[in-house]
Write a protein that binds this ligand. Structure first.
Ligand SMILES: NC(=O)c1ccc[n+]([C@@H]2O[C@H](COP(=O)([O-])OP(=O)(O)OC[C@H]3O[C@@H](n4cnc5c(N)ncnc54)[C@H](O)[C@@H]3O)[C@@H](O)[C@H]2O)c1
Length: 415
């Protein structure tokens, strides 16, 4: 049995725990840069959290210039603000964009250089300024993950920086902060978390070597990530629809936030795969939310992978209430994929690439870009070649899941 998990030093979860923020920050530094966006900067909860930092004796500079998609300029301005304030601790408050911005600002303040010096895996040379992350959406899991996703003006699709040094020191997850998320945001971010958990659980299981956790950030499905992925699927499966439908259902909000954090722990070591690889070019063309794109792809990816991870898909179906315990038949896999597709449709996620404005002429470019995301493609349980990727995106474009075919002889699974 092999297990690998990386996580923050502290994970604090619960209603009202945002008020512990100041004391956690004070343990790490004397001058904090708080990174957020303009919407959050005007929120009463934000003012209250900043007040806790000040009353813990820490000087605060607020940088509220985080913009959607994290363009380089908004990161540069944040680095400038941090340098100017001689910052020694970074606090990210907001959705995944604000937390990713906080991580990258901490990186550049510590090691200098430009964002593209660090693209890919394991290119950060050492520890970065400590980051405290306070998510206000329940989705990305960025508060616990070793990755930040940014937009580069020189590249067509968003790009990741992945290193254990990017993991925040402390994550404070307070479900009350998600009560203000409108249904569309709750759906897209919650579905993002569901995809993180399911991809982590259905990813390839690699043959482990003593060096692999030192040479890779994402090491594939393993015994420790499975525990967190299964917890995430259970929580999100139980409560995502309720959180979208009834935004003030705090119990459902808590379940989805717990699920998104657990999913972050799972995929932060196991990695994600084809849903994410396809979303990057699709998001660049359609300007749709990351969570919407990955969730749209999920039923197609499961159909594509079903011969390789039938047992895992049946287990997901059981946890989400679509299949009977211990039923691992082909029919159970069908029920699982149909059930997941139904939940995704029920929360308002579009069901085909055509529906979000992708044109058939874009499909070859999408397939090419997705295949180029090696760090993601290598995690998929079914090996993906160009013909397979073309088939996957064509099915997602037309909405015809059953058009996906399988190689005659699926490869044996690594144990
Ligand atoms: N680092 C990771 O591990 C990781 C994982 C997945 C996705 N991501 C990245 O995270 C980003 C998406 O993050 P996201 O889905 O959290 O959305 P987001 O951070 O982009 O925020 C989307 C919108 O929701 C608003 N918002 C945030 N919290 C709110 C609240 N409580 N109430 C009302 N509005 C609120 C924001 O102001 C913004 O306008 C993408 O850039 C994606 O690439 C990162």
């Amino acid at each position: 049995m092999f297990g690998a998990l990386r996580s923050p030093r502290n994970i604090v979860f619960g209603n009202g725990h945002r008020f512990a923020l100041g004391r956690y920050v004070a343990k790490l530094g004397a001058r904090a840069l708080v990174v957020t966006d303009a919407r959050m900067a005007g929120d009463a909860n934000f003012a209250a959290m900043v007040a806790t930092i000040r009353s813990a004796g820490v000087a605060v500079r607020v940088y509220d210039g985080v913009a959607a998609e994290l363009p380089a300029e908004c990161i540069e301005a944040g680095v400038e603000a941090g340098r100017d304030a001689a910052t020694d601790v970074i606090v990210g408050i907001g959705g995944g964009s604000c937390i990713d911005a906080a991580k990258v600002i901490a990186l550049l303040l510590t090691h200098g250089g430009a964002m593209d010096d660090y693209y890919g895996e394991l290119r950060i040379p050492g520890p970065i300024l400590p980051v405290v992350a306070v998510p206000t959406t329940a989705g990305t899991g960025s508060e616990v993950t070793p990755v930040a996703v940014v937009a580069d003006p020189g590249r067509a699709v968003k790009v990741g920086i992945a290193s254990p040094y990017l993991i925040p020191e402390t994550a404070i997850c307070d479900p009350e902060l998600t009560l203000s998320c409108p249904p569309g945001l709750t759906a897209a971010s919650g579905a993002d978390a569901l995809v993180h958990a399911i991809e982590a659980f259905t990813n390839v299981r690699r043959t482990d070597t003593a060096a692999m956790t030192l040479e890779h950030v994402f090491v594939g499905k393993n015994a420790l990530t499975d525990q967190h992925a299964l917890g995430a699927i259970t929580s999100i499966g139980r409560s995502l629809v309720a959180a979208v439908r009834t935004g003030d259902d705090l119990a459902a909000r808590s379940d989805v936030m717990m699920g998104s954090m657990l999913a972050g722990l799972a995929f932060g070591s196991a990695g994600t795969s084809v849903c994410h690889a396809v979303q990057y070019p699709v998001g660049a063309l359609s300007h749709t939310a990351h969570g919407l794109g990955v969730a749209l792809m999920l039923p197609y990816a499961l159909q594509f992978n079903r011969r390789y991870v039938a047992e895992e898909i049946a287990t997901v179906g059981q946890l989400m209430g679509f299949a009977n315990p211990n039923d691992q038949t082909d029919a159970a896999v069908d029920r699982a994929i149909d059930g997941i597709a139904a939940v995704i449709a029920e929360i308002g996620i579009p069901t085909s690439l055509e529906e979000i404005g992708i044109e058939s002429k874009n499909l070859p470019w999408i397939a090419e870009q997705a295949l180029g995301a090696h760090r993601l493609i290598k995690n998929n349980p079914r090996p993906v070649d160009r013909a397979g990727m073309d088939q996957l995106v064509a099915a997602a474009f037309s909405g015809e899941r059953c058009s996906i075919s399988f190689p005659v002889q699926p490869a044996a699974k690594a144990s």
